[in-house]
Design a protein around this ligand. Structure first.
Ligand code: ADP
Ligand code: MG
Length: 216
């Protein structure tokens, strides 16, 4: 017997049209990380969320970002950084599927692709940019035809891997191009010391949620 009330996406104040898109891809009931982080993100809070791989962290940030984007569709709205090309494409796919009916424009900025074509994509003012740090830093250093100065959301996906040292220089270059006033969303499978420090780094109250380990 389970006495916990089942939380729905409607309970989390997600718009009906987004709920319909989710249902069409089999996403009907929020996972624990989604139920806990979505209301905080919609409320304008910074957020650190940890839950194991496969627990739905992407939609935990993608759904509230898409919902807010409908209210303010100007310029590059959200920047998602992730450590690998494969993850970047997976994240972009989830934005594309849910955002299809609102003509959401996104672009993926990763290594191994033509810089010129990517640069052109960036100048078209996509709503969502999903990038690996190295390639985005290359674009920031080599051209000035796009701006990240108006982004509202910065997401660090797999944040503990991004902040582990390897990407430090590139992340620094990117952070310098971002506006100070923005919402910071950090998601990770594991909580490390670096992530703990983020609570302090953002300089304001950060909502922190760690999903409980599942009982086998
Ligand atoms: P991770 O936590 O590792 O980032 P993902 O966000 O990539 O996990 O989600 C893994 C898979 O679970 C995806 O295919 C996604 O569509 C699916 N998923 C996400 N949220 C739900 C949900 N609430 N119900 C069912 N499936 C979901
Ligand atoms: Mg993920």
């Amino acid at each position: 017997m389970n006495d916990f009330p089942v939380i729905s996406f409607a309970d989390l104040q997600i718009n009906p049209w987004i709920i319909r898109q989710c249902a069409a891809i089999g996403v009907k009931t929020p996972t624990s990380i989604q139920a806990n982080c979505i209301p905080q993100i919609l409320n304008g809070n910074d957020c650190i969320g940890a839950a194991k791989t496969g627990s739905g962290k992407t939609l935990a940030f993608a759904l509230p970002i898409i919902q807010k984007l409908c209210e303010d569709p100007y310029g590059i709205f959200a920047l998602i950084l992730t450590p690998t090309r494969e993850l970047a494409y997976q994240i972009a796919d989830q934005f594309a599927v849910v955002g299809k009916v609102m003509n959401l424009k996104h672009c993926v900025i990763v290594g191994g692709m033509d810089m010129v074509t990517q640069g052109q994509e960036l100048t078209k003012k996509p709503h969502i940019v999903v990038a690996t740090p190295g390639r985005l830093a290359d674009h920031l250093q080599s051209c000035n035809t796009f701006s990240l100065a108006r982004i509202k959301y910065l997401v660090l996906d797999e944040a503990d891997r991004l902040l582990g040292g390897h990407f430090d220089e590139q992340i620094k270059t990117i952070f310098q191009a971002l506006p100070k006033k923005r919402q910071n969303l950090f998601f990770s499978a594991t909580i490390t010391d670096t992530l703990e420090k983020l609570k302090v780094v953002t300089g304001k109250e950060v909502f922190f949620y760690e999903a409980p380990a599942e009982v086998a």
